[in-house]
Every structure is written in C-alpha cells, then in structure tokens.
Design a binder for this molecule. Structure first.
Ligand code: HEM
Length: 373
C-alpha cells in the first residue's frame, strides 16, 4: 500500500514490526488490536486527499473529539467495540479523516496489554491552580474525526448511537472549527510557524515514535490534547502592541515584530525573552542537529465556542499536539520554558488570558487497521 503525503506527512522512519498492540493471554490466541500496514509514504502535496488522519495534511474545516471510557471487565471487548467503531468510520462519508487514540488509563487497568513507553498522565505546571488534575480530563480512548461540519456531526451522532451496545461510555465531546479564517480567537494568525521549514525526515523525527525510542510502537505518535478557555473581554481591552509583545508577532501580518518573516539577529532583538513564540520555540538547536526534535511541537488548533456559566459564552482553543515524546516535547517544554516554577514565564500563558480546562494524552497507532489474528 502506498500512502501519498502532503507537506506535513512525510515518511515514517525505520523498519517497523508487524503487530503493535497485542493482548498477551496464554489461554487464547493473541488478540491484535492494531496491526501495522507497511507504509511507503511519498511526499506529494497534490495527492493529500489520500491522507486519512485529521492531524496531518490540510487543516480540516472542523474536528470532533469524542472522549470515551471503557466500562467492561474484559480487554477483548475493547477490541470488539473499537473494531465496530472503526468499521463505522471506514464506511462513513468519503473524505472523512479520523484517528483513534489510546489513553494511559486503559493500560493502567489492563496490565497485560503491552504499553507504549511514554504514555503517561500529563503533569503540567499551573494546572492545579485552576483545579485541573492530571487525570481529570483524561479518557481511556479518544476518537478524532475531521471534515466539514455537517459530516463530522453526522458521524459523531452515529458513533454515539453505536456506543449504546458497547462497553464504552461517552465521557466528553469537544467540537472545534477552523473554517473561513486561519486566525484564532486572539485575532492572530495560528500556524505561521508549525515545522513547515523541516525536511520530511526532520518532520518525521518530531512526530513519529522512532525504533530506538520504543521498537514495538515505532511509527505511531502521541497526542497531547489540551482545552484552553480564552478571556476575550480581557484580551480585547489590551492595546494591539501589548498583545503583539505577548505573542512575539505582528497581529495583521504574522511577521516577527521587526516586520521580517526571517529569524534574523534584528528579529531576535525585537522579540522579548518571554514572548510566546520564543518560549515555545527557543530556536537554539538547528534542524540538522539530532536533538532538534526535542524542542519542537507540531500543533493543530481549533476554535470552540460553548455555553458558559451565568448565561455567558465560553470561547477557547482546542490545542492538539502530535509528538514523538509527550514528556520531552510537551511537559518539559511547558514546565521549563512556558510556565517554570520560578523565573520569567511565557507572557501569553501567564497573562490571565488563558485558562486550561482539559488535559489528556494518547498514543496514536500508526494505522487504524484492527483485526483478530
Ligand atoms: C490558548 C492557548 C494558546 C494560544 C492562543 C496560542 C497562540 C499562539 C500564536 C498566536 C502563535 C503565533 C503564530 C504561530 O506561529 O502559529 C503561537 C505559536 C506557537 N505556540 Fe501557541 N498558543 C497557545 C498555547 C500554546 C501551548 C500550550 C503551546 C505548548 C507548547 C504552544 C506552542 C506554540 C508553538 C510551538 C508555536 C510556534 C512558535 C514558533 O515556532 O514561532 N502554544 N501560539
């Protein structure tokens, strides 16, 4: 099978083993949850429609995230239920892109399942002050579907109907949109810098688990899902030049503060040390360096608007990061550079404008094939 890729879906690196997630039960034949297909990925933006994952390739108009918890006692019924959901997704609308993710809580309960090494609850500085505990937004499974609005809603409705006859229950649902504008609620362009300058190999090193990290799970990725509420009353009262200093970019054009789109010594001079773009991407290690991936984050952001308390609306961002290692690329970056225990903090995240309300981590298997061997 050949998968063609868009700019952001280069080849996964290294030889990959066949079975990824096998329930080891000596009394039965092994149950293979996710079997890897041999993937040969060719970089060809013209064929990006072939990409079936909503996290890679072009940004979907909208995305729905279904967080599910497993209530059964037997891991074999995880397989049955997930397989039924996957069948539904596979037969769903043409163009629908989807991905299943597995949370650490599932593996805590069923220790016989081989576990992706870096799959843990996220420990994120600052969350406790908002009453957000490492497990409070975590679910056992996540299903992400991306397409146009009508299609994701129809697919989500059919998936939720299917859950009635399964050992999964719907814990939460998050729907974000990205249509018509590449600007987020802050009014800034989102995605100006998102690993576009990397070669396919450098990009793959940032987003796919490599054989030397964790051989049985190589070729998959981790997903960090965070939901942030944004206080637009406060933000819109700030003068534009203050907002720009918090972010480190010009609001209208997305350039650095000196007007340049290239990271030159002049651009560096005009960027404050605690501007969001500098804390989030220290720009200390060149892409050719083997450790470059450790400081880089590939993101997909979607806006949401919901009913809030006291008759008000609640606005924010569904922050989705697809990573090779969530501890290194998200927790360490966040806890040492964005919101360290002491010292200067990221101006945007510490301004009071942003409140984290949900936080979770998942392993994303490299293919969505599910079968019983
Ligand atoms: C509601 C929360 C957030 C908002 C509104 C926000 C907004 C922005 C904006 C406006 C930019 C500049 C445009 C761009 O380069 O895409 C940006 C860049 C970026 N943000 Fe955030 N962000 C948020 C949270 C986070 C978090 C939690 C991280 C965690 C690591 C993060 C990582 C990044 C990265 C890596 C960049 C690119 C930096 C660069 O290479 O220049 N952001 N963000």
């Amino acid at each position: 099978m050949t998968v063609r890729s868009s700019d952001n879906c280069p080849s996964r690196i290294g030889p990959v083993p066949e079975a990824s997630l096998v329930q080891r039960d000596s009394r039965q034949a092994p149950i293979v949850l996710f079997r890897r297909n041999p993937l040969k990925v060719v970089r060809d933006p013209a064929l990006e429609a072939d990409i079936s994952n909503p996290f890679f390739g072009s940004r979907p108009e909208s995305m729905c995230l279904l967080q599910l918890d497993f209530t059964g006692a037997q891991p074999s019924s995880i397989l049955q239920s997930v397989a039924a959901m996957v069948r539904l997704l596979e037969r769903s609308h043409t163009g629908l892109r989807w991905q299943v993710g597995l949370g650490p809580t599932l593996f805590d309960r069923f220790s016989a399942l081989p576990r992706p090494r870096a799959l843990k609850l996220l420990r994120v500085n600052g969350d406790a002050a908002f009453g957000l505990m490492p497990n409070s937004g975590q679910s056992d499974v996540i299903i992400a579907i991306g397409e146009e609005w009508r299609i994701i809603i129809d697919t989500a409705r059919r998936l939720v109907n299917l859950l009635k006859d399964s050992d999964f229950r719907l814990r939460d649902v998050h729907i974000g949109y990205d249509a018509l504008s590449d600007r987020d609620h802050s009014g800034f362009i989102d995605g100006t810098s998102n690993l576009q300058e990397l070669t396919p190999e450098q990009f793959a090193a940032c987003v796919f688990v490599q054989p030397e990290d964790d051989q049985p799970f190589a070729g998959g990725s981790y997903l960090v899902f965070r939901k942030y509420e944004e206080d637009l009353e406060m933000w819109n009262d700030l003068p534009e030049r203050v907002q720009e200093r918090f972010v480190g970019r010009r609001k209208k054009s997305g350039s650095f503060l000196n007007g340049s789109f290239d990271w030159t010594p002049e651009a560096r001079k005009t960027t404050l040390a605690n501007a969001h773009i500098l804390c989030a991407n220290p720009r200390e290690t060149p892409p050719e360096h083997p450790d470059h991936w450790k400081g880089r984050v590939y993101r997909r952001g979607l806006k949401f608007t919901e009913r809030g308390s006291e008759g008000l609306l609640r606005y924010g961002l569904l922050f989705l990061a697809v990573l090779r290692d969530p501890e290194v690329q998200f927790c360490r970056l966040h806890n040492e550079r964005l919101l360290p225990d002491s010292g200067p903090k990221d101006s945007l995240l510490s301004s009071g404008y942003i409140t984290p309300v949900c936080s979770a981590c998942y392993y994303l298997p490299p293919t969505t094939h599910i079968e019983r061997s």
